[in-house]
Write a protein that binds this ligand. Structure first.
Ligand code: SF4
Length: 309
């Protein structure tokens, strides 16, 4: 069987920052590795790509929750939710999710009386000069004083609190959304509520029932270990600085794309591999493609931005 060759990748004529736009995730890909960016704008993905299955399910449950559903409805949605994987893995993931979401609702009951949610999973498409910024915010709410906040949900298995406390002050996603919010509302938001639900460790030898009981005991004993929040304010001056640097970065992407349209020989050169980025927090899914030069084990998605679905 003949596989598509990496050397035949082009910059799609249909892609532009002006007409199609960019998400923070695609911008982050550009900053991580230009070759990965090239794979992404061509919509390639690994066929086995269920690494974020648990994260996506928890995200969905939180979306339903903050849209006004009751705990009973959430559990019904969890039962119906379709997960990839083997039946025992699915059962384990759902047992974990059931415990975590049930205790989350109890732990943060004030969310449902003191916060006024204005949008949940709200998409935006905002003009930034000639370019288009795209995204989907987990939630936007008003606090008791009427201040506007974003909430960002994360499910991490390992959490380095010292690193996060410092790094979140210039987190790309938070800054990107804060800027989009400033353009839309003409006034800076109060901050971002970074909402982490720790993914518990699961041991294979436990039955689902044992796992469920074990997690209930663990989470009820120490909820602060599993539910962590940071309130991060961003000053207008920080958002303005981000705005200038974003302009610089988008101009660089735009001119690279334009240069490769004019001279296709430039494509492998301009979209060079960043060998330092192959094995970071997560192993790059395109390692196989970069090492073999073909797209065996990959497929092309229908949509460019799966994060906006
Ligand atoms: S494997 Fe490495 S070089 Fe290849 S796309 Fe990923 S990060 Fe870039």
């Amino acid at each position: 069987m003949e596989y598509f060759k990496v050397k035949n990748l082009t910059v799609p004529k249909t892609y532009s920052l002006q007409e199609v736009g960019i998400t923070q995730s695609l911008l982050s890909t550009w900053k991580t590795c230009r070759r990965k960016f090239l794979f992404s704008i061509n919509r390639w993905e690994r066929i086995e790509n269920d690494r974020f299955a648990y994260h996506s399910m928890m995200h969905y449950l939180l979306e339903v929750l903050y849209s006004g559903a009751t705990g009973v409805t959430i559990l019904k949605e969890l039962t119906k939710y379709k997960l990839p994987g083997k039946p025992d893995e699915i059962e384990t993931m759902k047992a974990v999710a059931q415990v975590m979401i049930s205790y989350y609702i109890m732990h943060y009951k004030k969310d449902f009386t003191e916060k006024r949610f204005e949008s949940v999973e709200g998409k935006f498409s905002i003009k930034f000069g000639d370019y288009l910024l795209l995204g989907k915010k987990d939630g936007r709410f008003r606090d008791k004083q009427g201040g506007r906040w974003h909430i960002e949900h994360k499910n991490y298995a390992r959490i380095d609190e010292d690193f996060l406390m410092q790094h979140l002050s210039f987190d790309l996603q938070n800054m990107f959304y804060a800027l989009a919010d400033l353009i839309e509302f003409k006034k800076p938001l109060k901050g971002v509520l970074y909402n982490i639900i720790r993914k518990p460790e699961t041991r294979k030898e436990r039955s689902t029932q044992e796992l469920y009981q074990h997690l209930e005991k663990e989470v009820s004993k120490n909820p602060e270990h599993y539910f962590i929040r940071y309130e991060i304010p961003y000053a207008l001056s920080e958002i303005e600085e981000f705005k200038r640097s974003l302009q610089f970065q988008l101009d660089e992407i735009d001119s690279t794309i334009g240069g490769c349209h004019a001279d296709t020989e430039l494509i492998p050169v301009a979209f060079y591999k960043n060998e330092s980025a192959c094995d970071g927090k997560y192993r790059c899914p395109f390692l196989g493609a970069c090492s073999t030069g073909n797209m065996c084990g990959y497929r092309q998605r229908k949509v460019l931005f799966p994060e906006l679905i």
